[in-house]
Design a protein around this ligand. Structure first.
Ligand code: GLN
Length: 189
Protein backbone atom coordinates (compact mmCIF):
# COMPACT_ATOMS: atom_id res chain seq x y z
CA UNK A 1 0.00 0.00 0.00
CA UNK A 2 1.39 3.35 -1.07
CA UNK A 3 0.36 6.43 0.94
CA UNK A 4 0.02 9.73 -0.91
CA UNK A 5 -0.28 12.93 1.10
CA UNK A 6 -2.07 15.88 -0.47
CA UNK A 7 -1.63 19.41 0.87
CA UNK A 8 -5.15 20.74 1.47
CA UNK A 9 -4.13 24.41 1.53
CA UNK A 10 -5.99 25.58 -1.59
CA UNK A 11 -6.52 24.80 -5.25
CA UNK A 12 -8.04 21.93 -7.21
CA UNK A 13 -7.44 19.39 -4.47
CA UNK A 14 -10.36 17.16 -5.38
CA UNK A 15 -9.40 17.10 -9.06
CA UNK A 16 -5.92 15.97 -7.96
CA UNK A 17 -7.39 13.26 -5.76
CA UNK A 18 -9.49 12.01 -8.66
CA UNK A 19 -6.42 12.05 -10.94
CA UNK A 20 -4.38 10.11 -8.36
CA UNK A 21 -7.17 7.52 -8.04
CA UNK A 22 -7.35 7.21 -11.83
CA UNK A 23 -3.56 6.81 -12.07
CA UNK A 24 -3.64 4.14 -9.35
CA UNK A 25 -6.34 2.23 -11.23
CA UNK A 26 -4.32 2.44 -14.45
CA UNK A 27 -1.27 1.04 -12.64
CA UNK A 28 -3.34 -1.47 -10.59
CA UNK A 29 -1.76 0.02 -7.49
CA UNK A 30 -3.15 -0.04 -3.99
CA UNK A 31 -3.05 3.47 -2.57
CA UNK A 32 -4.35 5.56 0.26
CA UNK A 33 -4.73 9.34 0.06
CA UNK A 34 -4.12 11.34 3.23
CA UNK A 35 -5.46 14.90 3.42
CA UNK A 36 -2.83 17.10 5.06
CA UNK A 37 -3.98 20.29 6.79
CA UNK A 38 -1.65 20.60 9.75
CA UNK A 39 1.82 19.53 10.83
CA UNK A 40 0.17 16.92 13.08
CA UNK A 41 -1.49 15.32 10.04
CA UNK A 42 1.97 14.69 8.58
CA UNK A 43 3.42 13.51 11.89
CA UNK A 44 0.66 11.00 12.46
CA UNK A 45 0.49 9.73 8.87
CA UNK A 46 3.83 8.74 7.34
CA UNK A 47 3.51 9.38 3.61
CA UNK A 48 5.39 7.93 0.64
CA UNK A 49 4.72 10.82 -1.74
CA UNK A 50 3.43 14.37 -1.69
CA UNK A 51 0.96 16.14 -3.98
CA UNK A 52 1.18 19.94 -3.75
CA UNK A 53 -1.70 21.51 -5.73
CA UNK A 54 -1.82 25.02 -7.19
CA UNK A 55 -3.94 27.91 -6.02
CA UNK A 56 -2.63 31.30 -5.02
CA UNK A 57 0.87 31.04 -3.58
CA UNK A 58 0.34 34.06 -1.28
CA UNK A 59 -2.73 32.41 0.25
CA UNK A 60 -0.99 29.04 0.47
CA UNK A 61 1.95 30.61 2.30
CA UNK A 62 -0.40 32.34 4.76
CA UNK A 63 -2.46 29.25 5.45
CA UNK A 64 0.49 26.85 5.52
CA UNK A 65 2.57 29.02 7.87
CA UNK A 66 -0.36 29.82 10.15
CA UNK A 67 0.39 28.89 13.77
CA UNK A 68 -2.59 26.53 13.79
CA UNK A 69 -1.37 24.67 10.70
CA UNK A 70 2.42 24.81 10.31
CA UNK A 71 1.92 22.42 7.40
CA UNK A 72 4.24 24.27 5.02
CA UNK A 73 7.38 24.20 7.21
CA UNK A 74 6.78 20.53 7.96
CA UNK A 75 6.40 19.72 4.25
CA UNK A 76 9.62 21.60 3.42
CA UNK A 77 11.39 19.62 6.12
CA UNK A 78 9.97 16.34 4.81
CA UNK A 79 11.15 17.18 1.28
CA UNK A 80 14.58 18.39 2.32
CA UNK A 81 15.27 15.21 4.29
CA UNK A 82 15.64 13.32 1.03
CA UNK A 83 15.38 14.51 -2.56
CA UNK A 84 14.32 11.07 -3.73
CA UNK A 85 10.97 11.50 -1.93
CA UNK A 86 8.37 11.76 -4.70
CA UNK A 87 6.70 15.17 -5.00
CA UNK A 88 4.39 16.55 -7.68
CA UNK A 89 3.86 20.31 -7.40
CA UNK A 90 1.67 22.22 -9.81
CA UNK A 91 1.46 25.93 -10.59
CA UNK A 92 1.43 27.80 -7.24
CA UNK A 93 2.88 24.57 -5.77
CA UNK A 94 5.79 24.94 -8.21
CA UNK A 95 6.26 28.54 -7.00
CA UNK A 96 6.55 27.27 -3.41
CA UNK A 97 9.23 24.76 -4.44
CA UNK A 98 11.30 27.22 -6.45
CA UNK A 99 10.89 30.06 -3.95
CA UNK A 100 10.09 28.65 -0.49
CA UNK A 101 10.81 31.99 1.26
CA UNK A 102 11.66 30.22 4.50
CA UNK A 103 15.35 31.02 4.55
CA UNK A 104 16.21 27.49 3.42
CA UNK A 105 17.42 26.29 0.06
CA UNK A 106 14.92 26.04 -2.82
CA UNK A 107 13.42 22.61 -3.49
CA UNK A 108 14.00 22.99 -7.23
CA UNK A 109 16.78 25.15 -8.60
CA UNK A 110 15.02 27.48 -11.02
CA UNK A 111 13.98 31.11 -11.20
CA UNK A 112 10.21 31.52 -11.23
CA UNK A 113 8.10 34.56 -12.04
CA UNK A 114 4.50 34.63 -10.74
CA UNK A 115 1.65 35.35 -13.17
CA UNK A 116 4.16 35.85 -15.99
CA UNK A 117 1.86 34.24 -18.58
CA UNK A 118 -0.64 37.03 -17.82
CA UNK A 119 -3.88 37.40 -15.90
CA UNK A 120 -6.84 35.02 -15.55
CA UNK A 121 -8.06 36.23 -18.99
CA UNK A 122 -4.78 35.05 -20.53
CA UNK A 123 -5.23 31.51 -19.21
CA UNK A 124 -4.88 29.00 -22.04
CA UNK A 125 -4.70 25.36 -23.03
CA UNK A 126 -1.94 24.21 -25.34
CA UNK A 127 -0.26 20.95 -26.19
CA UNK A 128 3.23 20.60 -24.69
CA UNK A 129 6.14 19.48 -26.87
CA UNK A 130 5.72 15.96 -25.42
CA UNK A 131 2.04 15.99 -26.46
CA UNK A 132 0.66 16.45 -22.96
CA UNK A 133 -2.42 18.72 -22.82
CA UNK A 134 -1.17 21.73 -20.81
CA UNK A 135 -3.76 23.83 -18.96
CA UNK A 136 -2.20 27.14 -17.87
CA UNK A 137 -4.14 29.30 -15.37
CA UNK A 138 -2.53 32.57 -14.24
CA UNK A 139 0.57 30.50 -14.66
CA UNK A 140 4.04 31.34 -13.46
CA UNK A 141 7.01 31.18 -15.83
CA UNK A 142 10.39 29.66 -15.19
CA UNK A 143 13.42 31.87 -15.77
CA UNK A 144 16.86 30.32 -15.57
CA UNK A 145 16.57 26.60 -14.83
CA UNK A 146 19.53 24.82 -13.23
CA UNK A 147 17.78 21.48 -12.56
CA UNK A 148 16.64 18.93 -15.12
CA UNK A 149 14.05 19.99 -17.67
CA UNK A 150 10.92 17.83 -17.31
CA UNK A 151 8.84 19.31 -20.15
CA UNK A 152 8.59 22.26 -22.52
CA UNK A 153 5.99 24.31 -24.40
CA UNK A 154 7.30 25.51 -27.78
CA UNK A 155 10.79 25.08 -26.37
CA UNK A 156 10.12 27.02 -23.15
CA UNK A 157 10.60 25.08 -19.91
CA UNK A 158 7.27 24.50 -18.13
CA UNK A 159 8.34 21.60 -15.91
CA UNK A 160 11.47 21.07 -13.81
CA UNK A 161 12.72 17.97 -12.03
CA UNK A 162 15.15 17.35 -9.20
CA UNK A 163 15.37 13.70 -8.24
CA UNK A 164 11.77 12.55 -7.76
CA UNK A 165 10.52 16.12 -7.27
CA UNK A 166 8.59 17.53 -10.20
CA UNK A 167 7.42 21.16 -10.44
CA UNK A 168 5.00 22.02 -13.27
CA UNK A 169 3.64 25.48 -14.13
CA UNK A 170 0.43 23.98 -15.58
CA UNK A 171 -2.46 21.88 -14.20
CA UNK A 172 -2.23 18.18 -15.14
CA UNK A 173 -5.25 17.46 -12.87
CA UNK A 174 -7.47 19.41 -15.27
CA UNK A 175 -6.72 17.17 -18.24
CA UNK A 176 -7.68 13.53 -18.60
CA UNK A 177 -4.09 12.42 -19.12
CA UNK A 178 -2.84 10.95 -15.83
CA UNK A 179 0.81 10.67 -16.91
CA UNK A 180 2.20 12.99 -14.23
CA UNK A 181 0.10 11.49 -11.47
CA UNK A 182 1.24 8.03 -12.61
CA UNK A 183 4.87 9.25 -12.39
CA UNK A 184 4.24 10.30 -8.79
CA UNK A 185 2.94 6.83 -7.91
CA UNK A 186 5.59 4.97 -9.92
CA UNK A 187 8.33 6.88 -8.08
CA UNK A 188 7.08 5.26 -4.84
CA UNK A 189 7.95 1.70 -5.85
N1 GLN B 1 -1.05 32.93 -9.98
C1 GLN B 1 -0.90 31.99 -8.92
C2 GLN B 1 0.22 32.39 -7.96
O1 GLN B 1 0.94 33.29 -8.22
C3 GLN B 1 -0.67 30.59 -9.44
C4 GLN B 1 -1.87 30.19 -10.25
C5 GLN B 1 -2.27 28.76 -10.10
O2 GLN B 1 -1.81 28.01 -9.25
N2 GLN B 1 -3.20 28.39 -10.95
O3 GLN B 1 0.36 31.81 -6.94
Amino acid sequence: MVVIGIAMLQGARHAHMAAIQRAAAELSMDIEIIELRTMEDLETHPIDALMLPGGESTVMRLRGNDAASQLLPSLYEWMRENESRPVLATCAGAILLADPQDGGEPLVDAEIDRNAFGSQADSFESSLDCGFPGVFIRAPRFGEVRDMVECTLSGEVVGVRRGNRIALTFHPELSDDSRYHRMLLEACV
